[in-house]
Design a protein around this ligand. Structure first.
Ligand SMILES: NC(=O)c1ccc[n+]([C@@H]2O[C@H](COP(=O)([O-])OP(=O)(O)OC[C@H]3O[C@@H](n4cnc5c(N)ncnc54)[C@H](OP(=O)(O)O)[C@@H]3O)[C@@H](O)[C@H]2O)c1
Length: 275
């Protein structure tokens, strides 16, 4: 993919990591982008400001007709895609006892099912444009779980497992499948304010430009997976070689601090207060 202009669809481009990826890809000559999220006003403004050709589609990716609409848009307005960045995602913090299957289901719908449905409709196009790439934004939470974030971890563990299989299936067709596993990145959806407000934990939180660079390396340079920041990979190693240690570390105060509140929680709370 290194030597040809990128034609990419980025989901969740209206904020955070997805927006950062759009700015990073736009730096390369000839890049063309399709920006996707629910907030069309944000996408319109981003498309106007980016230094590359960009169109946008406002879509809720959990809606049944979203993948078909996006494919029709890509076929009408762009050359065949050679990069799909599955980035849109969310987390509602809740224990299983409180949130139950319903919370797991809504999390899987956006973080896992929507990714599969979109990838399914774009796979023939990505094969036709090979060499091409799919980059799935997982999470360090896809290696390590925390109390109150089991639904989120389930969705990201699933995404990682499926991505690894898909890579092996599609590599012979010239479609690279890579993973980016962010730790804490300060965004609207994951503000990590519990960590950023404390000088002792501020260092744990990174920014969207680092995540965007990791997406670029995974997509264009063909990396298998990238942790952001890189040292978070060590935590994943520890989970494999010393699971009891990780369980001990994640119980008690440290575990509570690690389960930061999310933008989806705040939006839900605001909605409840309104009604
Ligand atoms: N930031 C972190 O610390 C962190 C760590 C690990 C993994 N991640 C992953 O990184 C990805 C991006 O998150 P972020 O941190 O950049 O958060 P963010 O700023 O909240 O971005 C999430 C994006 O997903 C879009 N989105 C959410 N639900 C959608 C839906 N139903 N249909 C279409 N678009 C939807 C949102 O746009 P609209 O609201 O406009 O639809 C937004 O653009 C997620 O997959 C997240 O799990 C983040």
């Amino acid at each position: 993919m290194k030597d040809k202009p990128t034609v990419a669809l980025i989901t969740g481009a209206s904020s955070g990591i997805g927006e950062g990826v759009a700015w990073r890809l736009a730096r390369d000559p000839g890049t063309r982008l399709i920006l996707v999220a629910r907030r069309g006003d944000r996408l319109r403004e981003l498309a106007r400001r980016l230094p590359c050709e960009a169109t946008w589609v406002a879509a809720d990716l959990t809606e049944p007709d979203a993948p078909g609409r996006l494919l029709a848009h890509a076929e009408e307005h762009h050359p065949p895609l050679n990069l799909l960045v599955n980035n849109a995602g969310a987390s509602w913090r809740s224990t299983f006892a409180d949130g139950g299957h319903a919370n797991v289901r809504r999390t899987m719908e956006i973080n896992f099912d929507a990714v599969l449905r979109l990838t399914e409709v774009f796979l023939p196009m990505l094969r036709s444009a090979a060499p091409s790439s799919i980059v799935n934004i997982a999470s360090t939470a896809g290696r390590i779980s925390r109390a109150g974030a089991g639904a989120y971890s389930a969705s990201k563990y699933a995404l990682i497992g499926w991505s690894d299989g898909l890579h092996l299936e599609e590599a012979p067709n010239g479609v690279h499948v890579g993973l980016v596993l962010p730790g804490y990145i300060e965004t609207e959806g994951f503000p990590a304010s519990e960590l950023t407000s404390n000088p002792l934990t501020r260092w744990m939180v990174s920014d969207t430009s680092k995540a965007a660079e990791a997406v670029y390396e995974t997509a264009v340079l063909g990396k298998a997976e990238r942790y952001v920041p890189r040292p978070y990979g060590l935590v994943a190693v520890l989970k494999v070689i010393a699971p009891s240690l990780i369980r001990r570390a994640m119980s008690g105060g440290a575990g509570k601090l690690a389960t930061t509140s999310t933008g989806a929680d705040a939006a839900e709370k605001a909605e409840k207060t309104r009604t």
